[in-house]
Design a binder for this molecule. Structure first.
Ligand SMILES: NC(=O)c1ccc[n+]([C@@H]2O[C@H](COP(=O)([O-])OP(=O)(O)OC[C@H]3O[C@@H](n4cnc5c(N)ncnc54)[C@H](O)[C@@H]3O)[C@@H](O)[C@H]2O)c1
Length: 371
């Protein structure tokens, strides 16, 4: 299988903030789209699709009529559908956006592609690499757009940090720590499947290199086999490491990542709406030895810079990129190769957890893109 690497296609790189779709000429007729899965996250997708001129929200589908009734009042012009087969049979629906539980992602995406629909499927793309590859290959064969919904790669704050890394403001990245905690919604797939795709997408997008090894431990307080807390350690190809804490069992929401580099340290706090990124000119430098063998560490405590970050809703930018990918056939920023690498890493983390944290080599579903 050949898939384009996600490290940076010309299209995605054209506008680091993901705004290029707003600049392209409008299509004469908007893309007829259906939302499948109208639970917690679906209404956010529906709201954005209703606001974006590139789309016409044609239908809302949920196998449970309860959430369907709740969302229908907000979108009175959209058809409400309980049976997914009716979505597939409706020729006015050119694209589907799937926001159902993770185990349903690959099967629903596969059926939609077979019915000739473009697909945006929420993260993770699949719950096993084998399923992910199957649906990715189907998208390639049909020539339809398949896009996993890794929303954070559209976050202006995440893109600001990526820019700081690219411009070598941070220097060589020694390690990154991440905490993604809150009193979360329990899901049968466990906290790693739910939250780790966010950290993985950000880390892969920042570092532009593959994860080579992953180890994970977790704890199940309530249900055996459903960890609600996990500690994940990742090693990237260059040796950079990252440690990610994930939990649905925390007293308050924490969404913080810190990258420690040879020049500076950067903190990204997704809960700090106005000032999500802080760059610290702090660290330690090794002073030249005055005597043979005598090394000294000099502490550096310089300024803190808070770069201005535009306030754009990442989900809107993601959906604009989906529309752009459908129209042009080009790879979206959140593309299949990124989705597959994340599925592979989540799968390896699950195996590691079952083996009490034994490190697992990560399968690389794609070759790195040429620089
Ligand atoms: N990108 C993000 O930041 C973000 C945030 C939250 C959730 N999500 C993702 O969104 C997805 C949904 O999460 P949620 O919290 O909204 O879950 P949820 O359980 O609240 O909602 C899922 C809905 O899908 C419906 N459903 C299940 N199977 C179906 C089928 N075969 N056909 C039609 N409808 C079906 C359910 O009835 C339910 O209403 C998950 O994949 C999750 O990872 C993404």
């Amino acid at each position: 299988m050949t898939l384009n690497g996600w490290h940076g296609d010309g299209c995605a790189e054209a506008d680091a903030q993901g705004l290029r779709s707003e600049r392209i000429l409008p299509r004469p007729t908007p893309i007829g789209v259906a939302l499948v899965g109208c639970g917690y996250w679906g209404p956010n997708l529906a709201r954005n699709m209703a606001e974006i001129p590139e789309f016409r929200l044609h239908a809302l589908c949920d196998s449970d009529s309860g959430p369907l009734r709740q969302i229908a009042g907000k979108h009175p012009n959209a058809r409400t559908i309980v049976d997914f087969d009716e979505v597939l049979a409706d020729d006015a629906i050119e694209a589907v956006v799937i926001a159902t539980p993770p185990t349903t992602h690959a099967p629903l995406a596969e059926r939609a592609l077979l019915a000739g629909k473009h697909v945006l499927v929420e993260k993770p793309l699949a719950t096993s690499l084998a399923d992910g590859v199957k649906v990715a290959e189907l998208a390639m064969t049909t020539g339809l757009t398949l896009m996993p919904g890794h929303t954070f790669v559209y976050s202006p704050a995440v893109n600001m940090v990526r820019k700081l890394i690219e411009e070598e403001v941070i220097g060589d990245i020694h390690f990154i720590t991440s905490s993604r905690l809150n009193l979360g919604k329990y899901q049968r797939d466990g906290v790693v499947c739910d939250l780790a795709p966010h950290d993985l997408s950000i880390l892969l997008y920042w570092l532009k290199e593959h994860v080579v090894e992953i180890s994970a431990t977790g704890s199940c307080v309530f249900w055996e086999g459903v960890p609600e807390t996990a500690f994940v350690t990742l090693t990237f190809a260059s040796g950079t490491t990252a440690n990610v804490q994930l939990s649905w069992l925390a007293p308050r929401k924490v969404r913080q990542m810190i990258a420690v580099g040879s020049r500076r340290m950067v903190q990204y706090d997704d809960t700090a709406a106005d000032e999500p990124v802080r760059v610290y000119d702090r660290g330690m430098d090794v002073a030249s030895p005055s005597n043979f063998g005598e090394h000294q560490l000099i502490y550096r405590a310089g300024d803190v810079v808070i770069p201005r970050v535009e306030a754009h809703e990442p989900l809107r930018l993601e959906l604009l990129d989906f529309a752009h990918a459908i129209r042009t056939g080009r790879e979206p920023r959140s593309n299949v190769a990124l989705g597959l690498e994340i599925v592979a890493a989540v799968e390896a983390a699950g195996i590691s957890m079952q083996l009490n944290g034994a490190p697992q080599a990560c399968v690389q579903p794609v070759e790195p893109a040429a620089a």
